[in-house]
Design a protein around this ligand. Structure first.
Ligand code: ADP
Ligand code: MG
Length: 465
């Protein structure tokens, strides 16, 4: 049998280690932009400018007005496994910054010609700093720190990306495609940070200008203009988790998750629990297989989530994913049920709104008027509202409509859900109905009461029409 020759084990050189790490984290120019913008955010900047040439192949420059890097730390900024964001071992279990691996600049520097120019804010440094300092990194060869001109904050320039990794460079797409990824990356990072202004330019031309604004206004950047009116605000919390942002009316659901963005503590995440919970909340309201639109910001104590799962940190592991799932599903559904979800062809003005409501009310009234005839002689097979009995055979026509199916799955409103199952046509109503939460009609029946999901009922009327 032929055995391969035994070769000695060798420690990899730092530059090789960095290039291997770069292979994981730096896939394309947009990955560089992500890392540099995250660093600017971690540095507390409230203005971040991204300048790109030739889709990022030629140049990526990120300018921030954050805290800066002291000259004594500049070399370390390019060193691998060097970070100012973890002080103790325990810090790894409560990460509040975007970065913590201390690898990005080392990786980027090993596959490009990079330069950092930085000047710390006067108030922060040990002594007032009268100058900026710069350092260069040419594919892993790190130069000396030198004084130069520059404003407070940091500029990181990355030129000739992948100059020494021909395979990667070849695999890059066209200029516009690569720039498209960059633009998407900047928008994605900007969404949860309305208090930070972002600018992006390509070959000297301004492409994105996001001034400081409020949360909703910034989040709407994720969607095309024609979606903007078709949103519902969401803000819910339990003892440990807060969920806020905007969700789209069911009609904004699309075949791809393009208009869905989820953030955990300001970090874009891909999470199957959150995605599933969000979709479930719309079940019955959208066609199966579609992705509802929503930008959801989830906030929780950094100790309750592990962000150290994946090198690009796009995936996280919740300590209690069931809780997050439950909150997302319940909160989104509550917003949906509390609102009129009738599709809008165009945003409605006040007048149209109220005439629409009137129209709906008339239809509901007409529906109720025809009921007594039906319920005058309840058949023995369908007695009115047998609470507590098995009424599975009478699970109503109403249940077949989307909104009530949605409701029946909500354990949180179990009694209502139970009642909503009851056939409207099988119940004998006595007296007027009252409306709760703009969603439910409550009416007396001969031997109890009946709660009707108004949206489900409305859907049914539309369906029958
Ligand atoms: P990480 O972000 O994981 O710490 P990086 O390689 O991205 O690792 O950055 C290394 C260090 O360089 C950071 O910990 C930080 O101290 C410093 N640094 C990088 N970019 C900036 C910036 N824009 N402003 C201030 N400090 C920065
Ligand atoms: Mg970083």
């Amino acid at each position: 049998m032929d055995r391969p020759p035994i070769r000695p084990i060798q420690q990899l050189s730092p530059s090789l280690v960095n290039r291997i790490a770069a292979g994981e984290v730096i896939e394309r120019p947009a990955s560089v932009v992500k890392e540099l913008v995250e660093n600017a955010l971690d540095a507390g900047a409230d203005e971040i400018i991204v300048e790109v040439e030739d889709g990022g192949r030629e140049l990526i420059r990120v300018i921030d007005n954050g805290g800066g890097i002291p000259p004594s730390d500049l070399r370390l900024a390019f060193a691998s496994h060097a970070t100012s964001k973890l002080l103790t071992d325990e810090d790894l279990f409560r990460i509040g910054t975007k970065g913590f691996r201390g690898e990005a600049l080392a990786s980027i520097g090993s596959v490009s010609h990079s330069r950092i120019v930085s000047r710390v804010a006067q108030a922060r440094g040990p002594a007032p700093q009268d100058s900026a300092y710069e350092i260069q990194n040419r594919g892993g060869e790190i130069g000396d720190v030198q004084a130069c001109a520059g404003n407070t904050g940091t500029i990181v320039e990355v030129r000739n990306l992948f100059f020494n990794v021909p395979a990667r460079r070849k695999f890059l797409k066209g200029t516009q495609t690569e720039f498209g990824y960059i633009s998407e990356t900047v928008t994605k990072l900007a969404l949860p940070h309305p208090a930070v202004a972002f600018k992006l330019s390509h070959n000297g031309r301004g492409v994105l200008d996001l001034p400081k604004t409020d949360e909703t206004d910034r989040l709407l950047q994720a969607w095309p203009n024609e979606f903007h009116e078709m949103r519902l605000p969401i803000d819910a919390r339990d003892a440990e988790v807060r969920l806020h942002g905007i969700i789209g009316l069911p009609e904004l659901a699309r075949p791809t998750p393009r208009y869905q963005q989820f953030y955990l503590n300001g970090r874009p995440i891909r999470d199957k629990f959150v995605q599933h919970a969000f979709r479930e909340a719309y079940r019955g309201l959208t066609e199966p297989g579609r992705y509802p639109a929503g930008v959801l910001l989830i906030e929780m104590s950094p100790g309750d989530v592990d962000v150290n799962v994946h090198p690009t940190k796009a995936e996280v592991r919740f300590r209690d994913s069931g809780r997050v799932h439950g909150l997302v599903m319940a909160a989104v559904r509550e917003v949906l049920l509390g609102n009129d979800l009738t599709p809008l062809a165009a945003p409605r003005g006040e007048d149209e709104q109220s005439s629409f409501r009137l129209d709906m009310r008339e239809k509901l009234a007409a529906f109720f008027k025809q009921m007594p005839a039906e319920v005058a002689e309840p058949t023995p097979a369908s007695p009115a509202l047998p609470l507590g009995e098995d009424r599975s055979e009478r699970v109503a026509s109403v249940e077949a409509t989307p909104a009530s199916r949605l409701q029946n799955r909500d354990a949180g409103v179990a009694p209502t859900a139970e009642l909503a199952k009851t056939s409207v046509s099988g119940a004998s109503l006595a007296g007027p109905a009252i409306q709760l939460h703009n969603s439910y009609l409550v009416a007396q029946s001969d031997d109890g009461m009946i709660i009707i999901d108004q949206h489900a009922l409305h859907e049914r009327i539309m369906f029958e029409e």
